[in-house]
Design a protein around this ligand. Structure first.
Ligand code: GDP
Length: 699
């Protein structure tokens, strides 16, 4: 018989994990009683440990689904909260504390919650049982309790005492049974007293004869009968077993049997079955088994029905494609690695070269603008006198026809510019832009991947690539800097490189010129059209050339009939116009015969600097390809593999469920599998039942 109950309790737990449908469950024993009726004491006497929340102010706010598992071969006694994942708790005072915390977590305004706490207790001293402990009925309201608490508790209990559940109605012997809230509630839903077990506690508090009379109550006869108990924990045991792990069962039983044995005339043989916790335990097991057994067939039918529905949905919606959180992650990871491989095949030395060269082009343009293309205003006004840096302000127009005595200055200027370019920190710069481009590409790959719906994965992958690139960049940039070191002392440019540089820089300057012209036209527009712009620009030109003198500085508050805002815009336009003039002039110079060969490098700084940048890039792309790209392409997929494969089950589950579509799919697959599993277990149970019946008949 034991085996059957155990199996049914297991099936009941399985059905709970499948969840959802309330009708899909096996009946349980629900425990009701008013506060202080001794309800907790009865449950603790069955378990053999104090584990329920206590305290004058403590009100149970959530049902506790208590599953007791008899483990005859083991000494260990422990509790588990399956949905909390706290593991096995051997200290029962810890279980008590957890239950208290879970109860207190119910918001004050809600009073009670019908979300049950699941607790599983395994011990060689407990019977196989499943009980649901409900909040105790309130009889006397405390002044600090919410006023609707009483009603809410009654409603919650009402829900649970419905058929086919068995009601364990707890009443204290020292309260008239007619006033027992538990029995009154049970009478409403079970008027013929067919599925109620009456437990009369505190038998020691009334005269034995009166006690015996209560147990044979005729006013509200119960088919399953009444059991009288004395579940008080003896005082001396209380202090002795305070530490939470000791079993108090023997102490309680000794105390109880001492009481009943002391009155053999009243609680003698013929009514023995009506008293004592051991008898109550037996009765509970027996009743639970027969009740569960009775509803097996109908539950099995319901499960088959639900399974048919789930199977149909699985076929229609998902084309029978099975899915688990693990397989989903593995597929997503494989696809991502595949796209990364395709990317790594398409992003090599050539692509690095383009990125690095583009960055250096920008640096060359900046250098040229700083050292060569600034409008040499002072040189147009020789009367301002010569300062230290003045020779560097030679007008650029003078460059192609520089006098021999001026050449030293132009040489100096080009050498200084070359030195600035080679000492720019090419290692850091080139490594930086390449790493950044790789990082951006990973982001693009993520956007196009399954992972895009998973913030968790996006972060993990971004972090992985960032950390690898950070580490690689440190070494690479230092080593690359050493590689370009020779250029810091001497740069040779041969004819072929020169020609390439000349073509390249021509394109760059043309592009720059176009940008300048576009920006100038925009500036003209904002000033108010071409005519107006011309007026403003002429005015500023005249001021700057010294032809006009402005009182009060450079016209901060407006001048010449123009507002200060207009003059600011005008100055911007003027800068663009001058820049475009210089670019046109330099383009002409580069095109001229002067710039046809490297001999004239001092006359053609643009070509020379571009050629230098080209050579730096060649060194950089070779090195970055070998050091940064190859290593990254090797390390990144492996790191992803290690990180994702080492995730624990819970994390993988959370990951997969981030996507609502996947969540629905997973839920259905799981539900279907769960139902199939339960059905199989139930079939096994049926066979077991048949076998036991046969054995009984044969015996
Ligand atoms: P609950 O509020 O219904 O859970 O009641 P408790 O189990 O906490 O019991 C209320 C009080 O009654 C406690 O002080 C218990 O020690 C006491 N009590 C419980 N059962 C018995 C019993 O059989 N005999 C006596 N004398 N006291 C009991």
């Amino acid at each position: 018989m034991m085996m059957l109950t155990r199996k049914m309790i297991e099936i009941r737990s399985l059905l709970q994990t499948i969840g959802q449908s309330e009708s899909l469950t096996l009946p349980s024993i629900v425990v009701v009683g008013s506060q202080s009726s001794g309800k907790s004491s009865v449950l603790e006497a069955i378990v053999g440990h104090e584990f329920l929340p206590k305290g004058s102010n403590m009100v149970t706010r959530r049902p506790i689904e208590l599953t007791l598992v008899n483990t005859p071969k083991s000494h260990a006694e422990y509790g588990e909260f399956p949905s909390l994942g706290l593991g096995k708790i051997t200290d029962f005072s810890q279980i008590q504390k957890t239950l208290t915390d879970l109860n207190l977590a119910v918001p004050e305004r809600d009073c009670v919650s019908d979300d049950p706490i699941q607790l599983r207790i395994s011990s060689p001293n407990v019977p196989d049982l499943s009980l649901i402990d409900l909040p105790g009925y309130i009889q006397v309201e405390a002044f600090d309790q919410p006023s609707d608490m009483k009603v809410k508790i009654e409603e919650l209990c009402e829900k649970y005492i419905q058929p086919p559940n068995v009601i364990l109605a707890i009443s204290a012997a020292d309260v008239d049974l007619a006033n027992s809230t538990a029995l009154r509630a049970s009478r409403r839903v079970d008027p013929r007293g067919e599925r109620t077990i009456g437990v009369v506690t505190k038998m020691d508090l009334v005269d034995p004869n009166r006690g015996a009379q209560i147990l044979n109550d005729k006013n509200y006869p119960l088919r399953l009968g009444y059991v009288g108990v004395v579940c008080k924990i003896p005082h001396e045991s209380k202090s002795l077993f305070k530490r939470g792990s000791a079993n108090i069962l023997n102490a309680i039983l000794k105390n109880e049997s001492a009481y009943f044995n002391a009155h053999p005339d009243v609680f003698g043989d013929q009514s023995r079955m009506l008293t004592g916790t051991p008898n109550l335990r037996k009765k509970l097991m027996h009743v639970l088994e027969s009740t569960m057994s009775a509803s097996l067939a109908s539950t099995s039918e319901k499960i088959q029905h639900e399974l048919a529905e789930a199977t149909y949905e699985f076929k229609v919606q998902y084309n029978e494609r099975s899915l688990s959180a693990e397989s989903y992650l593995a597929e997503a990871l494989d696809a991502f690695k595949h796209s990364f491989k395709a990317f790594s095949d398409s992003f090599g030395r050539k692509e690095v070269r383009e990125i690095v060269k583009r960055e250096l082009d920008q640096q060359v343009l900046n250098l040229l603008a700083q050292r060569y293309w600034n409008k040499p205003v002072e040189s147009l006004r020789p009367r301002d006198g010569i300062e230290d840096g003045a020779p560097l302000q030679q007008p650029l127009e003078a460059l192609p026809k520089a006098k021999p005595e001026d050449m030293a200055l132009w040489n100096l200027k080009l050498d200084a510019s070359t030195s600035t370019l080679t000492k720019l920190g090419i290692g850091r710069l080139a490594t930086g832009v390449t790493a950044q481009s790789l990082q951006e590409s990973i982001q693009d790959l993520l956007k196009g991947s399954t992972f895009n719906a998973h913030p968790f994965a996006i972060k993990a992958i971004t972090d992985a690539s960032e950390s690898i690139l950070r580490d690689l960049s440190f070494e690479t940039s230092d080593e690359l800097e050493i590689c370009v070191k020779p250029y810091k002392y001497r740069v040779e440019v041969d004819a072929a490189t020169w020609k390439k540089g000349r073509d390249n820089v021509t394109d760059i300057l043309k592009g720059e010129l176009e940008d300048c012209e576009t920006a100038f036209r925009c500036a003209e527009e904002t000033i108010g059209g071409r005519r107006k712009a011309k007026d403003v620009l002429t005015f500023i030109d005249r001021v700057q050339s010294g032809e006009l003198f402005l009182e009060g500085g450079d016209g901060v508050g407006g001048a010449g009939g123009f507002s200060s805002a207009l003059l600011t815009k005008g100055r911007e336009a003027l800068f663009l116009r001058d820049r475009a003039d210089i670019l046109r002039m330099r383009l002409a110079a580069i095109k001229s015969r002067q710039c046809a060969s490297p001999q004239n490098k001092y006359h053609c700084p643009e070509v020379f600097l571009d050629a230098v940048a080209g050579q730096l890039t060649t060194t950089a792309d070779l090195f970055l390809d070998a050091e940064l790209l190859s290593k990254f392409y090797y390390q990144f997929p492996r790191k992803l593999e290690t990180e994702f494969r080492s995730l624990d089950e819970g994390t993988i589950e959370r990951f997969a469920r981030e996507d609502p579509k996947i969540r629905r799919h997973l839920d259905l697959v799981r539900r279907k599998e769960g139902l199939e599993h339960v059905l199989k277990e139930m079939e096994g149970l049926r066979l077991l039942e048949v076998r036991e019946k046969r054995a009984q008949l044969a015996g």
